[in-house]
Structures are given as structure tokens and as C-alpha cells.
Design a protein. Sequence first.
Length: 360
Amino acid sequence: MGSEDVEFLHSGLLSQIKKWGTKWSLWPVHLVTACCGVELAHAYACGYDAERIGSLNYGICRQTNLIIVEGAITRKMAKVLRITWEQMPNPKFVIVMGACGLKGGLFWNSYHMVRPSEVVPVDYFVPGCPPTPEALIRAIVQLQDKIITGEAKNSAEFKEVDLGKLLGVVKEAKPKKPPKSPKKVEPKPEIVIDKAKEVEWEFGQKLVEELQRELVGLFDSITITDVNRICIRVKPDKLLSVASTLADRFDHVKSVNVIDVPHENKFIVEYVLSSYSIKELMPVLINLATEIPRNDPKVPSLAGIFPSADYMEREMHELFGVWFEGNPWMGRNFLLSPDTPKCPLRKDFKLEEDKYVLEG
Ligand code: SF4
């Protein structure tokens, strides 16, 4: 087909048929990005049945013409969104649903958020957290109108109402204020991870005595913090020895956490150990904690003893910059998109904030 034929298709007699066909064949590609996806599923399920307006979710992006961005888009997902959009044939459309897709929503000003409108051209935004299925269907219907008329309209017309007059209250209009940054860092938070509690736990008392005998000379403190909860504090150079001693009963790591304590220039690194092999130990969680300096955050990796620690050590490395010595993934990108700012979960990490300008 020559360019004249294509032009004829767009503006000639056939264009109406083409528009009509497009209007009733809006096929969104499956691209569930966040929890708004549940509402999309609702809109397409039997209750609302979006298929009755010609919209049908489709699995292969090359045969689709609509992307419904379902809420939050992270840096990594932004790339996927763009690649998907580029693979779709023209004409193609984008609807963004959810507060996260508009301005970040509850993840506003977070290190990993990207606005979909910076990645692809957006035809309609559907506000809400999450928007209702009705709102999404209304956006699809509005998009259909836009396809036929070529014009975008508000999906709802609102009448301006003077509430003061309506309620019989006349109030002076308050000047608008820009929203404040949600980032507030407590200067000296109290970090307590091994506070002893008066708990009645006979099995725990015996277990602590046993551990004290076994780990003599290796620990700083062993404390019952609650029923089924024991905290063992150790120096970083004793971490491996303590972990190997515990490993025959507490055979896996449930989680690895880092607590940032900037005012004391330290990180608390904690491994939560548990048992799959000994029945009476199964409910017990051992919090194995150590402190390392914040300006040289190195700690021995326990991934060699507990394979389940590997993945979480990598996460903590990227989010806090803690170096787990012996873990081969240190220094490599694993979880975050390569363009993510370094160590985004450190307390002193701050993004450049949105600037608000007041008019009038
Ligand atoms: S707008 Fe609300 S429901 Fe939608 S992705 Fe964001 S948090 Fe989830």
C-alpha cells in the first residue's frame, strides 16, 4: 500500500469503518503492575463483563492496541512498559489507573517510582486508590468516544457547588498550601531489639540456659524478648561461629534485616533463624544480631551456612550498602534497576523533592 492509500484509510470513506472497528476491538495487553490489577480483573469478570463493550484482555502485545497501566510503575517495570508499548501495532492507546500511576500515590517521592506519563503517551487517567471497576469501564467508554470523534472529554462533568451557601455556612476561603514532604527523620529514635520481658516461658528459659552453655565466650547477651522469641547479640567476628553452632537445630534463615541508626553511626544486622527439622523448636525464632560501623559496613555472610540467607543478603546490600563478606553477589546489581540511586533505604537518603508553585 502506498502512502496515499494509507491516507485514504485514515481520512477517506473507509476511515469510519476503521474507527468503528477499533472502537469495538480495544484489546488490553496483560500487564499487571500493582494492586489496581485486582480492580481490572473485577471489571473484566462476569459482574461487569467489559467484553460486552468489545474489550478483551489478550496475552500477546503484538496483537493488542491498549495498555491499562494498573497502578504503580517502578524503574524496572518502566522499561517493560515501554518495550511492550513499542511492540504494539498502531493505533494504540494507554489508560493509567490508580493514584500511583498519576503521581506516585502512597509511594509518592519514593526512590523507585516512575510516572507512566514519562514513559508512554497516556490517553486517560483513572483516579482512585484503587479506582472502581465502573471508573475503569467509563475510561474505556470515553476512549471509544475519542476514537470515533477524535476528541478527549472529561469522563464526568461536575457542577460547581457553593458548599458554604448550600449548608448555610459562610467561611472565608483558606489560602491553599502546598503539601509537605512526608519524609520526616526522627533525630534520635530509640532502637531496641533485645529488650528483656517478663514472660512465662519455661521451655524458653531452659533453651536460653542451654544456649548460654554452648555459646560460652561467643555472645554478648542472650535475652528472651517474648514467648518463642530469643535475641542473641554477638560481635561481628563471632557471627560465623555462633551461626555454625546453631545451624544443626536452627536450620534456616527466615529473614535478614538491617536497621540504620545514623545518630550512633551504626547498622544493626539481624538474622532471624528458625527450625524446620525439630518439632518443638519450630515456633521459636532466634534473632541473631550484630552491630557494624556505618562508615565501613562489613559483616561476614551467613549464606554458606544458611542458603536461604543469600537472596536477602543481596537485597540488604543493595538497599543499605552493607557488604556481606563471602557472598559472591556483592557489588553486583540484583534487585534494583541499575539507574536507582545507591542505598535508597538509608535514613539519610533523600530524593530531590517535587517543587510546588502557588498561583495567585
Ligand atoms: S493506586 Fe492504590 S490500589 Fe492502585 S496500585 Fe496504587 S496503592 Fe495499589
